[in-house]
Unconditional design. Structure first.
Length: 461
């Protein structure tokens, strides 16, 4: 058996395998071989996955004053837990991925030789076990985004019930804060399970989630925040039971819909704060793409941060990472002067004047590590946060009011990991591109709306 190139991140596993992951793969083979054997050896979740269940939050964002579920809907199907997707023989891996409905990048331009996990967003069963505890086979992915971070030790599959458009109710197979594992994140839980198919919602054969809800179990899911949702409030935990989302579309709806109607990933929040790297850390087993904070990439020039929260992974094609240099490819910021004049901020590195005060976008962060240059193999965390890092005066920065993803013309849309790559398999339907998005920016310069919860007093993995 070959034990290489399990990736992780939305199931994209960029890292070489540890003995633990090889062990998990062996368990998968046993599971396929016979349920009795699987039951005997798979009672315990992987040790790595348990690192994500420790209750540590450091300056984690509250995205609204009140706790709620901001989004919860199908991301993509079939590509989570694909046996052989990480095979070192890339022809074997590509065939396995395409057979499962995934895509495989061609003509990659990389300084290093691309591995299977550079070519595809499909994950291996062993890679799933690394972050989620147990392997799964050919599952769908469904991110659930809350307005407050979760209390990690309360997260389990039995906290969720998914109602499908055909009336079926299903429980996920997996649930974890992965890949939103940094201590200043953790408001998104990703679920794996069997949540539908790839027919568009206009097709009578279509099955997709129409309700995603938090239900009671032995240890009901709790969120952590502060009274009133303000920095000064007392730290509280609240039950998430009863919170729900009601999707009406499938990510497999027509990708050629008008840009405003596309059913790909969206934004659910954007917040401006003073730059801080507090909480920019993760448990030991999850540090491969760290540090990825603004100061690590842009040094002392990093003075302000606009962090965005998305409903699912953001990639230019479903597979490749976003690069720190690509602000202008996807985004623009809108500032309003005191007299109401609109200023579009479109170019990184350019100095803009707002009411005579300077502002500059340095670039993007919360992707991967700083490199001297970036290519098709750039490894990033593939979670659902991206930071825009700025320098300039507070007077100018505080006038930034909107973040826009035009998603057409000279602007690229985003795809979740179910996207088509650059060489989709003919006849296979992939998840849709993002719509045009206009997101109001929360001004957190005075009140950053963040919460720290650290009962054990340390941040080590
Ligand atoms: Ca991150
Ligand atoms: Ca980060
Ligand atoms: Ca990120």
């Amino acid at each position: 058996m070959t034990c290489v190139n399990f990736s992780y991140g939305w199931g994209m596993l960029k890292k070489s395998v540890t003995p633990i992951v090889c062990g998990a793969l062996v368990l998968v083979v046993l599971a396929i071989g016979g349920e009795a054997a699987a039951g005997a050896v798979m009672e315990q979740p992987t040790a790595t996955s348990q690192q994500l269940r420790r209750d540590v939050l450091i300056d984690a964002d509250m995205w609204r004053r009140r706790p709620s579920m901001l989004s919860g809907g199908l991301g993509f199907t079939g590509i989570i837990g694909v046996p052989n997707a990480g095979d070192s023989d890339l022809a074997v891996a590509e065939q396995a991925v395409r057979d499962a409905g995934g895509t495989w990048l061609e003509d990659m331009k990389c300084a290093a030789t691309p591995t299977a996990s550079d070519h595809t967003s499909a994950s291996t069963p062993g890679g799933v076990a690394y972050g989620y505890g147990f392997p799964v086979l050919n599952n769908a992915g469904l991110p659930v985004v809350f307005s407050w971070p979760v209390l990690p030790s309360t997260v389990s599959p039995s906290d969720f019930r998914i109602t499908l458009s055909n009336g079926d109710e299903v429980m996920p197979n997996s649930a974890a804060v992965f890949p939103n594992y940094e201590y200043d994140e953790r408001s998104t839980v990703v679920l794996f399970g069997l949540f539908g198919n790839r027919y568009p919602s206009s097709d009578p054969r279509s099955v997709f989630p129409v309700k995603v809800e938090v239900v009671p179990d032995d240890v009901p899911l709790r969120l952590v925040g502060k009274e009133g949702g303000t920095q000064r409030g007392k730290v509280v935990t609240v039950s998430a039971v009863g919170m729900a989302s009601h999707p009406t579309t499938s990510p497999y709806d027509d990708p050629d819909l008008p840009v405003s109607e596309r059913t790909g990933p969206r934004l659910v929040g954007a917040k401006l704060t003073r730059f801080s790297r507090r909480g920019e850390a993760a448990p030991r087993a999850f540090q491969n793409d760290l540090p990825n904070d603004g100061r690590s990439l842009y040094g002392g020039h990093a003075k302000f941060r606009i962090r965005m929260l998305t409903t699912g992974g953001f990639s230019p094609d479903g597979v490749r990472g976003v690069r720190p240099t690509e602000f202008g490819r996807y985004f623009k910021l809108i500032a309003k002067t005191r007299k109401g004049k609109r200023v579009e901020i479109t170019k990184p590195g350019r100095r803009y004047l707002i009411d005579g005060a300077p502002l500059k976008v340095l670039g993007l962060a919360d992707l991967g590590r700083r490199q001297s240059s970036y290519d098709d193999c750039y490894s990033e965390d593939h979670d659902n946060q991206i930071d825009i890092i700025l320098s300039g005066s507070r007077r100018a920065i505080s006038r930034v009011k909107q973040l826009i993803i035009p998603a057409q013309g000279r602007y690229s849309p985003f795809f979740n990991p179910g996207g088509p790559g650059n060489a989709p398999t003919p006849g296979v339907r992939y998840s849709a591109p993002s719509p045009r998005i206009v997101q109001n920016v929360i001004n957190g310069l005075d009140d950053p709306m963040s919460v720290t919860y650290r009962p054990w007093g340390d941040t080590r993995g």
